[in-house]
Design a protein around this ligand. Sequence first.
Ligand code: PEP
Ligand code: MN
Length: 342
Amino acid sequence: MMIVMKSEATPEEVRAVVERVESVGAKAHVSPGEEVTVIGAVGDREHVQRLGLEGHAGIDQIIPILKPYKLASTEIARGERTVLDIGGRKVGGEHFAVIAGPCTVETLDQTVDTALAVRDAGASLFRGGAYKPRTSPYSFQGLGQEGLHMLAAAKQESGLPVVTECMDARDLNAVLEVADVLQVGARNMQNYPLLTEIGRTGRPVLLKRGLSSTLEELLMSAEYILKEGNEAVILCERGIRTFESAHRFTLDVMAVPALKEMTHLPVIVDPSHAAGKRDFVQPLSLAAAAAGADGIIVEVHSEPDAAICDGPQQLRADDFPDFLRRVERVAEIAGKGLAAAV
Ligand code: PEP
Ligand code: MN
Protein backbone atom coordinates (compact mmCIF):
# COMPACT_ATOMS: atom_id res chain seq x y z
CA MET A 1 0.00 0.00 0.00
CA MET A 2 0.95 3.60 -0.43
CA ILE A 3 1.07 5.92 2.55
CA VAL A 4 0.88 9.58 1.62
CA MET A 5 2.15 11.81 4.42
CA LYS A 6 0.73 15.27 5.12
CA SER A 7 2.76 18.15 3.68
CA GLU A 8 3.51 19.29 7.22
CA ALA A 9 4.50 15.82 8.47
CA THR A 10 7.69 15.89 10.52
CA PRO A 11 10.70 13.62 9.93
CA GLU A 12 9.86 11.89 13.23
CA GLU A 13 6.36 11.09 11.97
CA VAL A 14 7.82 9.68 8.75
CA ARG A 15 10.29 7.62 10.78
CA ALA A 16 7.52 6.31 13.04
CA VAL A 17 5.54 5.09 9.99
CA VAL A 18 8.65 3.43 8.54
CA GLU A 19 9.27 1.67 11.85
CA ARG A 20 5.67 0.47 12.04
CA VAL A 21 5.86 -0.88 8.47
CA GLU A 22 9.12 -2.68 9.20
CA SER A 23 7.77 -4.08 12.47
CA VAL A 24 5.35 -6.31 10.53
CA GLY A 25 8.16 -7.56 8.29
CA ALA A 26 7.24 -5.37 5.30
CA LYS A 27 9.66 -3.07 3.49
CA ALA A 28 9.22 0.71 3.53
CA HIS A 29 10.24 2.56 0.37
CA VAL A 30 10.36 6.25 1.17
CA SER A 31 10.04 8.76 -1.70
CA PRO A 32 10.48 12.29 -0.43
CA GLY A 33 8.59 14.34 -3.03
CA GLU A 34 8.64 18.09 -3.49
CA GLU A 35 5.38 18.54 -1.63
CA VAL A 36 4.73 15.35 0.27
CA THR A 37 6.58 12.22 1.29
CA VAL A 38 5.14 8.95 0.07
CA ILE A 39 5.96 5.65 1.74
CA GLY A 40 5.41 2.43 -0.14
CA ALA A 41 4.73 -0.43 2.26
CA VAL A 42 5.55 -3.56 0.34
CA GLY A 43 5.49 -7.08 1.61
CA ASP A 44 3.25 -9.94 2.45
CA ARG A 45 -0.32 -8.86 1.81
CA GLU A 46 -1.73 -10.02 5.12
CA HIS A 47 0.98 -8.30 7.10
CA VAL A 48 0.51 -5.04 5.24
CA GLN A 49 -3.24 -5.19 5.81
CA ARG A 50 -2.63 -5.51 9.55
CA LEU A 51 -0.57 -2.32 9.73
CA GLY A 52 -3.37 -0.35 11.39
CA LEU A 53 -1.97 3.01 10.41
CA GLU A 54 -5.31 4.79 10.09
CA GLY A 55 -5.29 7.97 12.17
CA HIS A 56 -1.51 7.75 12.74
CA ALA A 57 0.16 11.15 13.18
CA GLY A 58 1.29 12.82 9.96
CA ILE A 59 -0.60 10.52 7.58
CA ASP A 60 -2.86 12.08 4.98
CA GLN A 61 -4.01 9.10 2.94
CA ILE A 62 -3.56 5.34 2.71
CA ILE A 63 -4.04 4.01 -0.79
CA PRO A 64 -3.96 0.31 -1.59
CA ILE A 65 -1.95 -0.68 -4.67
CA LEU A 66 -4.03 -3.37 -6.24
CA LYS A 67 -1.52 -4.44 -8.87
CA PRO A 68 0.83 -7.30 -7.97
CA TYR A 69 3.75 -5.15 -9.12
CA LYS A 70 3.89 -2.42 -6.49
CA LEU A 71 7.13 -0.48 -6.88
CA ALA A 72 6.90 -0.57 -10.67
CA SER A 73 3.30 0.64 -10.73
CA THR A 74 2.22 4.05 -11.96
CA GLU A 75 0.25 4.46 -8.73
CA ILE A 76 3.31 4.57 -6.52
CA ALA A 77 4.93 7.29 -8.63
CA ARG A 78 1.73 9.36 -8.47
CA GLY A 79 1.87 10.36 -12.12
CA GLU A 80 5.60 11.09 -12.23
CA ARG A 81 7.78 9.26 -14.73
CA THR A 82 11.18 7.92 -13.83
CA VAL A 83 14.00 9.69 -15.66
CA LEU A 84 17.42 8.10 -15.27
CA ASP A 85 20.77 9.78 -15.63
CA ILE A 86 23.39 7.42 -16.96
CA GLY A 87 26.73 9.16 -17.20
CA GLY A 88 24.98 12.39 -18.12
CA ARG A 89 22.63 10.72 -20.63
CA LYS A 90 18.99 10.95 -19.68
CA VAL A 91 16.64 8.01 -20.22
CA GLY A 92 12.91 8.59 -19.87
CA GLY A 93 10.65 11.62 -19.81
CA GLU A 94 11.15 13.78 -22.86
CA HIS A 95 14.46 12.13 -23.77
CA PHE A 96 14.89 9.58 -26.54
CA ALA A 97 17.83 7.30 -25.77
CA VAL A 98 19.69 5.60 -28.58
CA ILE A 99 21.75 2.61 -27.46
CA ALA A 100 23.77 1.33 -30.38
CA GLY A 101 26.63 -1.05 -31.04
CA PRO A 102 27.44 -4.56 -32.17
CA CYS A 103 25.65 -7.71 -31.10
CA THR A 104 28.89 -9.00 -29.73
CA VAL A 105 32.35 -7.70 -29.08
CA GLU A 106 34.68 -9.41 -31.57
CA THR A 107 37.94 -7.47 -31.82
CA LEU A 108 39.34 -4.32 -30.28
CA ASP A 109 39.24 -2.43 -33.59
CA GLN A 110 35.67 -3.47 -34.41
CA THR A 111 34.51 -2.48 -30.92
CA VAL A 112 36.26 0.88 -30.72
CA ASP A 113 35.48 1.83 -34.34
CA THR A 114 31.79 1.07 -33.90
CA ALA A 115 31.65 3.01 -30.64
CA LEU A 116 33.17 6.08 -32.32
CA ALA A 117 30.87 5.76 -35.33
CA VAL A 118 27.68 5.53 -33.28
CA ARG A 119 28.83 8.34 -30.98
CA ASP A 120 29.55 10.64 -33.92
CA ALA A 121 26.09 9.92 -35.33
CA GLY A 122 24.46 10.91 -32.02
CA ALA A 123 23.95 7.67 -30.07
CA SER A 124 23.73 8.19 -26.33
CA LEU A 125 25.02 4.81 -25.10
CA PHE A 126 27.13 2.00 -26.52
CA ARG A 127 26.00 -1.63 -26.50
CA GLY A 128 28.00 -4.82 -27.01
CA GLY A 129 27.90 -8.30 -25.53
CA ALA A 130 30.87 -10.03 -23.95
CA TYR A 131 28.67 -12.84 -22.63
CA LYS A 132 26.21 -14.05 -25.25
CA PRO A 133 23.09 -16.14 -24.63
CA ARG A 134 23.13 -18.46 -27.66
CA THR A 135 20.50 -21.02 -28.55
CA SER A 136 23.19 -23.54 -29.46
CA PRO A 137 25.93 -24.43 -27.01
CA TYR A 138 28.18 -24.91 -30.06
CA SER A 139 27.80 -21.28 -31.19
CA PHE A 140 30.22 -18.51 -30.21
CA GLN A 141 29.54 -17.70 -26.55
CA GLY A 142 31.22 -14.28 -26.38
CA LEU A 143 34.76 -13.27 -25.46
CA GLY A 144 33.98 -13.02 -21.74
CA GLN A 145 36.59 -11.09 -19.72
CA GLU A 146 38.60 -10.27 -22.84
CA GLY A 147 35.47 -8.75 -24.33
CA LEU A 148 34.92 -6.68 -21.20
CA HIS A 149 38.39 -5.19 -21.64
CA MET A 150 37.52 -4.23 -25.22
CA LEU A 151 34.34 -2.58 -23.99
CA ALA A 152 36.38 -0.65 -21.44
CA ALA A 153 38.64 0.59 -24.24
CA ALA A 154 35.62 1.60 -26.33
CA LYS A 155 34.19 3.50 -23.36
CA GLN A 156 37.50 5.24 -22.78
CA GLU A 157 37.89 6.24 -26.45
CA SER A 158 34.31 7.27 -27.12
CA GLY A 159 33.18 8.56 -23.73
CA LEU A 160 29.91 6.65 -24.20
CA PRO A 161 28.43 4.78 -21.24
CA VAL A 162 28.36 1.02 -21.83
CA VAL A 163 25.39 -1.35 -21.79
CA THR A 164 26.38 -5.02 -21.59
CA GLU A 165 24.72 -8.24 -20.55
CA CYS A 166 25.39 -10.16 -17.37
CA MET A 167 24.10 -13.73 -17.70
CA ASP A 168 25.48 -15.22 -14.54
CA ALA A 169 25.85 -13.77 -11.04
CA ARG A 170 29.36 -15.30 -10.94
CA ASP A 171 30.44 -12.80 -13.62
CA LEU A 172 28.79 -9.84 -11.94
CA ASN A 173 31.89 -8.29 -10.36
CA ALA A 174 33.79 -8.43 -13.62
CA VAL A 175 30.88 -6.97 -15.60
CA LEU A 176 30.45 -4.19 -13.02
CA GLU A 177 33.98 -3.01 -13.83
CA VAL A 178 32.79 -1.71 -17.18
CA ALA A 179 28.98 -1.73 -17.36
CA ASP A 180 27.15 1.55 -16.80
CA VAL A 181 23.97 -0.41 -17.45
CA LEU A 182 23.63 -4.14 -16.72
CA GLN A 183 21.57 -5.86 -19.38
CA VAL A 184 19.37 -8.78 -18.40
CA GLY A 185 18.63 -10.67 -21.58
CA ALA A 186 15.24 -11.99 -22.64
CA ARG A 187 16.21 -15.53 -21.67
CA ASN A 188 17.10 -14.47 -18.15
CA MET A 189 14.08 -12.27 -17.49
CA GLN A 190 12.77 -14.80 -15.00
CA ASN A 191 16.09 -15.78 -13.44
CA TYR A 192 15.02 -14.48 -10.05
CA PRO A 193 18.28 -15.04 -8.13
CA LEU A 194 20.13 -13.12 -10.88
CA LEU A 195 17.59 -10.28 -10.75
CA THR A 196 18.02 -10.06 -6.98
CA GLU A 197 21.82 -9.97 -7.21
CA ILE A 198 21.69 -7.35 -9.93
CA GLY A 199 19.18 -5.35 -7.91
CA ARG A 200 21.61 -5.29 -4.98
CA THR A 201 24.37 -3.71 -7.05
CA GLY A 202 22.33 -0.51 -7.46
CA ARG A 203 23.65 -0.22 -11.04
CA PRO A 204 21.09 0.77 -13.72
CA VAL A 205 19.50 -2.24 -15.40
CA LEU A 206 18.13 -2.85 -18.87
CA LEU A 207 15.55 -5.60 -18.45
CA LYS A 208 14.45 -7.29 -21.66
CA ARG A 209 11.07 -8.92 -22.02
CA GLY A 210 11.14 -12.71 -22.17
CA LEU A 211 10.32 -14.31 -25.51
CA SER A 212 6.96 -15.54 -24.24
CA SER A 213 6.37 -13.33 -21.25
CA THR A 214 3.38 -11.15 -20.55
CA LEU A 215 3.77 -7.51 -19.63
CA GLU A 216 2.70 -8.32 -16.10
CA GLU A 217 5.44 -10.95 -15.85
CA LEU A 218 7.95 -8.38 -17.12
CA LEU A 219 6.87 -5.95 -14.41
CA MET A 220 7.05 -8.65 -11.75
CA SER A 221 10.65 -9.27 -12.81
CA ALA A 222 11.36 -5.54 -12.59
CA GLU A 223 9.87 -5.71 -9.11
CA TYR A 224 12.62 -8.16 -8.05
CA ILE A 225 15.21 -5.50 -8.92
CA LEU A 226 13.28 -2.55 -7.46
CA LYS A 227 12.65 -4.47 -4.27
CA GLU A 228 16.39 -4.49 -3.58
CA GLY A 229 16.35 -0.69 -3.53
CA ASN A 230 17.53 -0.30 -7.13
CA GLU A 231 15.20 2.16 -8.80
CA ALA A 232 17.08 2.43 -12.08
CA VAL A 233 15.31 -0.05 -14.33
CA ILE A 234 14.70 0.37 -18.05
CA LEU A 235 12.25 -2.04 -19.66
CA CYS A 236 12.76 -3.32 -23.19
CA GLU A 237 10.29 -4.80 -25.64
CA ARG A 238 12.33 -6.99 -28.00
CA GLY A 239 9.79 -9.07 -29.89
CA ILE A 240 7.78 -12.03 -28.68
CA ARG A 241 6.90 -15.49 -29.95
CA THR A 242 3.66 -15.66 -31.89
CA PHE A 243 2.29 -18.12 -34.44
CA GLU A 244 3.98 -16.07 -37.16
CA SER A 245 7.14 -17.75 -38.38
CA ALA A 246 8.00 -15.48 -41.31
CA HIS A 247 10.45 -13.48 -39.22
CA ARG A 248 12.45 -13.96 -36.05
CA PHE A 249 9.97 -12.56 -33.52
CA THR A 250 6.92 -10.30 -33.58
CA LEU A 251 7.51 -6.80 -32.25
CA ASP A 252 4.75 -5.96 -29.81
CA VAL A 253 4.50 -2.23 -30.50
CA MET A 254 1.42 -2.06 -28.30
CA ALA A 255 3.62 -3.01 -25.34
CA VAL A 256 4.92 0.57 -25.38
CA PRO A 257 1.69 2.46 -24.67
CA ALA A 258 0.46 -0.42 -22.51
CA LEU A 259 3.56 -0.37 -20.30
CA LYS A 260 3.38 3.41 -20.10
CA GLU A 261 -0.04 3.00 -18.57
CA MET A 262 1.12 0.29 -16.16
CA THR A 263 4.48 1.64 -14.99
CA HIS A 264 6.52 4.79 -14.38
CA LEU A 265 9.70 3.09 -15.65
CA PRO A 266 11.24 4.05 -19.01
CA VAL A 267 10.36 1.75 -21.90
CA ILE A 268 12.60 1.19 -24.88
CA VAL A 269 12.40 -1.07 -27.94
CA ASP A 270 14.90 -3.44 -29.55
CA PRO A 271 13.96 -3.58 -33.23
CA SER A 272 17.04 -5.64 -34.18
CA HIS A 273 16.29 -8.84 -32.28
CA ALA A 274 12.59 -8.59 -33.06
CA ALA A 275 13.17 -8.38 -36.79
CA GLY A 276 16.22 -10.55 -37.29
CA LYS A 277 16.51 -8.67 -40.56
CA ARG A 278 18.28 -5.38 -41.35
CA ASP A 279 15.61 -4.03 -43.68
CA PHE A 280 13.00 -4.16 -40.94
CA VAL A 281 15.06 -2.30 -38.36
CA GLN A 282 14.27 1.18 -39.64
CA PRO A 283 10.47 0.76 -39.98
CA LEU A 284 10.30 -0.86 -36.53
CA SER A 285 12.44 1.89 -35.00
CA LEU A 286 10.18 4.55 -36.50
CA ALA A 287 7.16 2.65 -35.16
CA ALA A 288 8.76 2.48 -31.70
CA ALA A 289 9.45 6.22 -31.70
CA ALA A 290 5.92 6.96 -32.92
CA ALA A 291 4.44 4.73 -30.19
CA GLY A 292 6.13 6.87 -27.54
CA ALA A 293 9.12 4.67 -26.66
CA ASP A 294 11.81 6.28 -24.51
CA GLY A 295 14.46 4.98 -26.86
CA ILE A 296 15.78 2.09 -28.90
CA ILE A 297 18.62 -0.40 -28.57
CA VAL A 298 19.90 -1.23 -31.99
CA GLU A 299 22.67 -3.43 -33.38
CA VAL A 300 25.27 -1.70 -35.54
CA HIS A 301 28.41 -3.26 -37.03
CA SER A 302 31.19 -1.84 -39.17
CA GLU A 303 31.05 -4.98 -41.38
CA PRO A 304 27.82 -6.89 -40.68
CA ASP A 305 28.56 -9.44 -43.39
CA ALA A 306 31.59 -10.56 -41.41
CA ALA A 307 29.89 -10.42 -37.98
CA ILE A 308 30.24 -13.47 -35.74
CA CYS A 309 26.61 -13.33 -34.68
CA ASP A 310 23.39 -11.65 -35.77
CA GLY A 311 25.01 -10.28 -38.96
CA PRO A 312 21.76 -10.19 -40.99
CA GLN A 313 20.06 -7.84 -38.52
CA GLN A 314 22.91 -5.45 -37.77
CA LEU A 315 22.79 -2.02 -39.37
CA ARG A 316 25.87 -0.95 -41.33
CA ALA A 317 27.76 1.70 -39.39
CA ASP A 318 27.86 3.79 -42.59
CA ASP A 319 24.06 3.83 -42.78
CA PHE A 320 23.58 4.62 -39.10
CA PRO A 321 23.70 8.46 -39.24
CA ASP A 322 20.95 8.61 -41.87
CA PHE A 323 18.89 6.03 -39.98
CA LEU A 324 19.20 8.03 -36.79
CA ARG A 325 18.11 11.30 -38.42
CA ARG A 326 14.86 9.64 -39.51
CA VAL A 327 14.21 8.15 -36.09
CA GLU A 328 14.95 11.51 -34.50
CA ARG A 329 12.28 13.19 -36.65
CA VAL A 330 9.61 10.74 -35.55
CA ALA A 331 10.70 10.90 -31.91
CA GLU A 332 10.31 14.66 -32.14
CA ILE A 333 6.72 14.27 -33.30
CA ALA A 334 6.15 12.05 -30.26
CA GLY A 335 7.53 14.85 -28.07
CA LYS A 336 11.06 13.56 -27.46
CA GLY A 337 14.54 14.72 -28.31
CA LEU A 338 17.74 12.70 -28.61
CA ALA A 339 19.30 12.20 -25.20
CA ALA A 340 22.71 13.73 -25.84
CA ALA A 341 25.36 14.19 -23.21
CA VAL A 342 24.85 17.21 -20.97
C1 PEP B 1 21.12 -8.87 -26.97
O1 PEP B 1 20.59 -7.75 -26.89
O2 PEP B 1 22.33 -9.00 -27.13
C2 PEP B 1 20.29 -10.08 -26.88
C3 PEP B 1 20.82 -11.29 -26.84
O3 PEP B 1 18.97 -9.83 -26.87
P1 PEP B 1 17.75 -10.70 -26.27
O4 PEP B 1 18.13 -11.08 -24.88
O5 PEP B 1 16.60 -9.78 -26.36
O6 PEP B 1 17.61 -11.89 -27.18
MN1 MN C 1 22.26 -9.92 -31.16
